[in-house]
Design a protein around this ligand. Structure first.
Ligand SMILES: Nc1ncnc2c1ncn2[C@@H]1O[C@H](COP(=O)(O)OP(=O)(O)OP(=O)(O)O)[C@@H](O)[C@H]1O
Ligand SMILES: [Mg+2]
Length: 203
């Protein structure tokens, strides 16, 4: 099976990397893809979700040394990992609070200097705060996607389930949030290169 590879990266902690890794993989399942999440931290959030037993895809804690049995490979990077990931497409989540933004901006510059295609996803913007709204709007105007602040993520987090789990069907605005993930998935797939070999060579 050939596969597509997405690295979810931002050296700043708590930006939504793992939240996106899990829900993007769950969105991929909805459209009949076979995702694999790689979380290099055995104590990492996506590994923890997997241990919860409610995900319908695999999460592994190291890069497999052969061709993956998946057609979408999502790497959930750890905080403080400043090494620009290999692979052409990098998805960078960023919370729009001022204290969080600088790491994203610095890391994005590094990635772009290496010719990467960066997809920015603004996460958790508090629409009650004018400064956060302004930052979110500015990023969206430049092509970023947005997953606004939403209670569905704390709820799914406490149950270690994705927002696509049927248990979330009646949660407030879950349909909107699901649609955002499917859109991001569409954006990732547009013009994306397929890899066809061992993961060790590309990840
Ligand atoms: N749009 C959102 N609305 C509400 N909460 C959010 C949103 N995006 C992210 N969060 C919450 O922010 C917290 C941090 O997210 P997450 O653990 O995915 O970040 P991370 O970048 O993987 O962090 P780390 O670098 O520590 O691994 C989680 O509790 C997550 O549910
Ligand atoms: Mg994480």
């Amino acid at each position: 099976m050939s596969f597509k590879l997405v690295n979810i990266w931002n050296p700043k902690g708590g930006q939504g990397k793992s939240m996106i890794a899990i829900n993007l993989a769950a969105a991929a399942m909805e459209i009949k893809l076979k995702p694999l999440v790689i979380c290099q931290d055995p104590q990492g959030t996506s590994t923890l979700y997997h241990k919860g037993g409610n995900l319908h895809f695999d999460v592994v804690s190291k890069i497999p040394d052969s061709k993956p049995d998946a057609n979408l490979v999502i790497i959930d990077h750890q905080a403080s990992d400043w090494e620009v990931p290999k692979g052409k497409i990098i998805l960078m989540p960023v919370k729009p609070a001022r204290s969080q933004y600088k790491t994203y901006a610095d890391a994005k510059k590094r990635a772009e200097r290496q010719g990467k295609q960066v997809i920015t996803v603004v996460t958790d913007a508090n629409h009650q705060r004018a400064d956060e709204m302004a930052t979110a709007r500015k990023l969206v105007a430049k092509g970023a996607y947005e997953i606004p602040a939403s209670g569905v993520f704390s709820r799914s987090d406490s149950d270690l389930i994705s927002i696509f789990d049927p248990l979330m069907d009646r949660a407030y605005k879950v349909k909107e949030r699901r649609r955002e993930f499917l859109q991001i998935l569409g954006a990732i797939f547009t013009g994306m290169i397929e890899e066809d070999g061992d993961l060790q060579n590309v990840a």
